[in-house]
Design a protein around this ligand. Sequence first.
Ligand SMILES: Cc1cc2nc3c(=O)[nH]c(=O)nc-3n(C[C@H](O)[C@H](O)[C@H](O)COP(=O)(O)OP(=O)(O)OC[C@H]3O[C@@H](n4cnc5c(N)ncnc54)[C@H](O)[C@@H]3O)c2cc1C
Length: 375
Amino acid sequence: MKHDYDVVVVGGGLAGLTAAIHLSLEGVSVLVLEKNTYPHHKVCGEYVSNEVLPYLQKLGVSLQGAGAPAISKFQLSQVNGKVLEAELPLGGFGVSRYAFDELLYKRALEVGVEIQFEKVTGILFKESSFEVVISNGEKFTSRVVLGAYGKRSTLDKKLNRDFITEKSAWVAVKNHYKWDVFPDDVVALHNFHGGYGGLSKTESGEVNFCYMAHYHSFQKFRKVEDFNEQIIAKNKFLKVFLQEAEPVFEQPLTIAQISFRPKKAVEDHVLMIGDTAGLIHPLCGNGMAMAIHSAKIASELVVPYLKSGQENRSRLEKNYQQEWKRAFKTRLYWGRQLQRILLRPALSNSIMSLVGKSPKLLKATIAATHGKPLL
Ligand SMILES: Cc1cc2nc3c(=O)[nH]c(=O)nc-3n(C[C@H](O)[C@H](O)[C@H](O)COP(=O)(O)OP(=O)(O)OC[C@H]3O[C@@H](n4cnc5c(N)ncnc54)[C@H](O)[C@@H]3O)c2cc1C
């Protein structure tokens, strides 16, 4: 079995698989190490911004082909019943992570990416190359490692990353529901005390309901159902949804310790992509597009680096950090501001009234957290 590659990608989510496809199409030998098999469900709002469509098409991945409904309308509601509706400037698609990650996985295999279902336990940089260790002790070597292992991992502890020592107070819950009356072309964001939840349809026709809640508000309830009934159902839209819709999964998926702290895009020579480099607040509906975009930025720098014959690692790392900041720093800033506003009822009510009167202002607000179409 081969053990030496140009690039090892740690984690085969959206960022890792996108980078692997891109690099393999450029003739780079790539190994992806992913701890779970495909397909599997993940906690995510499952609304993908259209900004990544042209790039995905270039890589040979079609969300329309997977039956994902096109979304062009946005609805926002407050606990007091105030609603704002608008056309989305760019729009997007509703696709489950179950389908999306598998679509990329199949494309990766088609273009020659090697994928092994193993948990990575260590990444060691030794002079000019890496040694990547998996749970059975086996080792792989490569010239470049892309860290694409998501929001939080024991690998972050091993790399001594700053954010990992701090507790984060956010939890997220997701389930799919049967609820035919929900329109195909809408993504809705509904506010409740201590959090917010998104509703949108996926390729299966099921509605994804995914919410984020502050742990302080969540911890008082012993069961998700109790939290839904006593906190979430105070929003009249979500009350109707929870009364009428039929859950598909027996148990909802949950995650905790979601950190929005700034991270470094390069750690111990590993180029971090996707959530491993930084996570935008989910209310922006743009984390997946950012994960894919960061994979593109890294791949476009890694290809000439590997092909140059005169590898200048410090220049590669510096360029990646700069490009990453240029693409995402402002978006992350606006994501943080919007989240602050949304979680303060009085402030968000007055801002909603203002934005409701001006479609231009709403467009500008959405644009501040989104990018331009990626070519
Ligand atoms: C509540 C919530 C709602 C969201 N809603 C939306 C939305 O509607 N739209 C949107 O665009 N974004 C949304 N996001 C953001 C989006 O989910 C992420 O930005 C996106 O999943 C990032 O992809 P990724 O590839 O970086 O990470 P992931 O998809 O998490 O992939 C990481 C992969 O690495 C693997 N892995 C981890 N550790 C190891 C290891 N040690 N060895 C091997 N493999 C490993 C994991 O199994 C996983 O497959 C939301 C996020 C949250 C928290």
